[in-house]
Design a protein. Sequence first.
Lengths: 227, 87
Amino acid sequence: MTARVGVVTFPGSLDDGDAARAVRVAGAEPVRLWHGDPALHGVDAVVLPGGFSYGDYLRCGAIARFAPVMETVVDAARGGLPVLGICNGFQILCEAHLLPGALTRNQHLHFRNRDQVLRIETVGTAWTNTFQPGQEVLIPVKNGEGCYVADAATLDQLEAEGRVVARYLGGNPNGSQRDIAAITNEAGNVVGIMPHPEHAVEELTGPSLDGLGFFTSVLKHLVGAPA
Amino acid sequence: MPRVVVDVMLKPEILDPQGQAVANALPRLGVSDVASVRIGRRIEIEFTGEPDLDRAREIADKLLANPVIEDFTVRLVEADETAGARS
C-alpha cells in the first residue's frame, strides 16, 4: 500500500506544491490538507511546508499554530504521527511547543538564500533514517528568521539526547546557536528543519538529490512502524 | 473605555539585531551618546466590556508573546493615552 503523506496549506504557504511533489518523487501519495479543516484524512505522516503563513504577522508561525488543522496535528504528533516542519513549518512546530526553542531574525538581518552544506547528526528519526551518521548533504536554505535560539540548558539537553538532527557546515547562514539547522522531539517522530529538502529532489531544479532522503526515510519508517 | 496595553520585549539575553542596527545608525544622525537600543512591540486591547487584566495576561502568554524568547507586561491605560486616540 502506498503511504499517504499530508501537506498542509496555510494562507501564505509557499512551498506546499514543492513538498507535495517531493512526496510523490519519493514514491508516496501526497494528500493536500487545508489549514481550516481539522481532519487529517487518514494520512500516515504530515509535512508543514515553508512560506509565510498568515503573513508572518506577530511572529512567524504564531498564528498558524492556532489553525484548526494544527490542533489535530499536535495531538497526532504526540501520539507518534511523523511530522516534518520545513522553514515556516519549523517555526510553527516551535510555536506549537512540539519542539523546544524558537526561531528569530537572522543575526545579520539579511534574507539568506543559497545552497547550503549540512551534516546529518542524527539518523534515529522518522525523517533521517536513510542517511549515514555524519553524512554531508547539499540543500537550499532561504530564510529571514532562521536563527535558532534556546536557553543553554535546552541546547545541552538536545545535544546530550542526540536531538540535533543537522548542523550547518561551511558557514552558518543565520546565526543559529551551535550551528543548529534541524532538531527533533524526544520520540524522534517530529523534526523541524530550516533548509528546504523539498527543493533538492530533482536534477532539473535542485543543487542535489540529497533532500529526497528525508522523504524516503519517512516511508521506511512507516513500513517498519506497527500498524 | 480604558484599554489594556501589552508591552512585549525580547528577553535581555536574546540578541536583538534590529535594535543593534538602529543603534549603529544613530551616529549618522550625529547622536553619539546612546549605549544600546532594543526594540519591542506594544499591543492595545479593547474589550467589549470592562477591561480584564487577567484575560489580557492569558492572551499575552498564549499568543502575543513567545515566553521562550520574550517577556511581557500588562497594564491599564485611559483611552486618551492610547495611540488610537491621538490619530
